[in-house]
Design a protein around this ligand. Structure first.
Ligand SMILES: C[S@@+](CC[C@H](N)C(=O)[O-])C[C@H]1O[C@@H](n2cnc3c(N)ncnc32)[C@H](O)[C@@H]1O
Length: 276
């Protein structure tokens, strides 16, 4: 089996993304006008339940102004900008996709947060940071794209200070194989789902103690029902980032949740000693 990184990069290749964002954001006002994380929420929170999920995860993780936070798989940077704007912390995001990092930097200039929020292109499996650099690490809807889970959680543990927090919000395998395409995978080639139990078994030996563990599948299902009832999403939305098939990808995720094939896990861990 390959590690799938090239396929994952291809899935999020987003050709000409920053240019497309510039055009789409003209609907919100002229280029020089400052945008807020709330205005961008429909296009820069690339996970189930959008901005509300990021707000809840940050609260559960106990993010405070004095923290240095790392967002692993930061996408186009919505969660990082929201954390800095809401909690006053400094945030660094890393992502495998260069066009996403480029777009994240552009959007951060538009929200005038480039002093507190920065982005780097890197793999979560080889984080470009010294040991113990961060107080908290967030991982939202990323692990399902990563086959090397042992390495992923070891890297996250390595860059955390002892006592630091690791907060994860991810899609897990439940009662069967998903229908494709889904937002993280148009085919099974970029999908590396684990069950919730297997996720915990991969995380704890990397040097973590569980502080919070929640099955958030019902909340996600309710969100999809509401989304369907409320008609087409506000514009601009994640279709700008992922292309015109995004609605189909998202609809399939909702269907997989409704059919009990997939679930949603929220968990927070404390960094303890590292077992080798
Ligand atoms: C569904 S998006 C979630 C983005 C962001 N966390 C959010 O919630 O808005 C998944 C992101 O994970 C990134 N990703 C996938 N595999 C990665 C890896 N090995 N290293 C770094 N980023 C990765 C993708 O490029 C993509 O931006």
């Amino acid at each position: 089996m390959t590690d799938g990184l090239d396929d994952v990069r291809e899935h999020y290749r987003a050709t000409g993304l920053t240019g497309r964002l510039k055009m789409a954001l003209a609907a919100l006002g002229p280029e020089h006008q400052r945008l807020t994380p709330q205005q961008l929420g429909a296009l820069d929170q690339f996970h189930t339940r959008g901005l509300a999920a990021t707000a809840e995860l940050a609260k559960l993780a106990g993010i405070t102004a004095d923290m240095a936070v790392l967002d692993v798989g930061s996408g186009v940077g919505g969660p990082a900008r929201f954390l800095a704007a809401t909690h006053g912390c400094r945030v660094v995001g890393v992502d495998l996709s260069e066009p996403f990092v480029d777009a994240a930097r552009y959007l951060t200039e538009r929200t005038r947060q480039s002093g507190e929020v920065s982005f780097e292109t890197a793999s979560a499996l080889a984080l470009p940071f010294d040991d113990g650099r961060f107080d908290a690490v967030l991982l939202q809807h990323v692990a399902m794209n990563i086959s090397g889970r042992t390495q992923l959680y070891r890297e996250i543990r390595r860059v955390l200070k002892p006592g630091g927090r690791f907060a994860t919000f991810d899609i897990v395998l439940n009662g069967g194989e998903p229908h494709y395409p889904v937002p993280w995978a148009r085919t099974p080639a970029t999908s590396f789902l684990l069950t919730a139990a297997a996720t915990r078994e991969a995380i704890e030996p990397a040097g973590f103690r569980t502080l919070a563990w929640q099955d958030d599948t019902e909340a996600a299902k309710a969100w999809f029902v509401q989304l369907r009832a409320s008609g087409p999403p506000p514009s601009p939305n994640l279709g700008v980032v992922m292309g015109p098939d995004f609605m189909q990808l998202a609809t399939n995720l909702g269907r997989n949740l409704m059919e009990g094939r997939l679930g949603i896990l929220t968990a927070v861990f404390e960094a303890t000693s590292i077992n080798s």
